[in-house]
Design a protein around this ligand. Sequence first.
Ligand code: ATP
Ligand code: MG
Length: 203
Amino acid sequence: MISSPPLSATDRAIFRRELRQKRRALSPSQQKIAAQRLARHLAALPALQQARRIALYWPVDGEIDARALAHQSNFSRHDFYLPVLQAFPANTLRFARWPQAQRQQRNRFGIPEPRGRRALPAQKMDAILLPLTGFDAQGNRLGMGGGFYDRTLAFKRRCGHKSAGKPLLIGVAHACQQVPSLPAADWDVGLPLVVTDRKIFRK
Ligand SMILES: Nc1ncnc2c1ncn2[C@@H]1O[C@H](COP(=O)(O)OP(=O)(O)OP(=O)(O)O)[C@@H](O)[C@H]1O
Ligand SMILES: [Mg+2]
């Protein structure tokens, strides 16, 4: 199979700017409805039901809010985690329990993180929900450009898109963040599943 060349840094920056504007333009009521639909789609996934430790994220910049999953009736026994930025290894993530953690503290990007709890490596999660800036139907993703999830999940690249191994990676986004094609760079971690307010994409 002939694959397309990866996107240049300039193309990525252009895509990011446009896609971020789109999601920020959604009204509070559009965001609320999208979050409710997303939670229903996620809660219906058998692979997520079977997970015990699930990493969510704190939504910023118009990202779709997946936190309602924690309030779905069939997810009352799951343990939910949020990402915590790590200094070592630089610009990677670990995951700390939420909402049981007593304190939240903003990181250098102003995003709340649970504090006072041991943060676990990605390998200890059963499923990780990744916020997407953009995605295509093949499970290629564009994040905010920091490479945080790519660095943290680099161990998954060896297994390829179809990897059944832990953790299950699920990209989440508003339907309007889909683009026709997003050729991946060597370091990009692919997604076997992308879930939006409208649809579930399986690689
Ligand atoms: N495994 C890695 N080791 C070192 N640097 C990496 C790794 N993965 C990505 N990077 C670096 O991170 C930078 C940003 O990558 P990219 O544009 O793919 O970000 P992104 O996928 O949008 O961000 P994120 O992963 O935080 O959602 C790139 O310059 C890349 O070199
Ligand atoms: Mg990337």
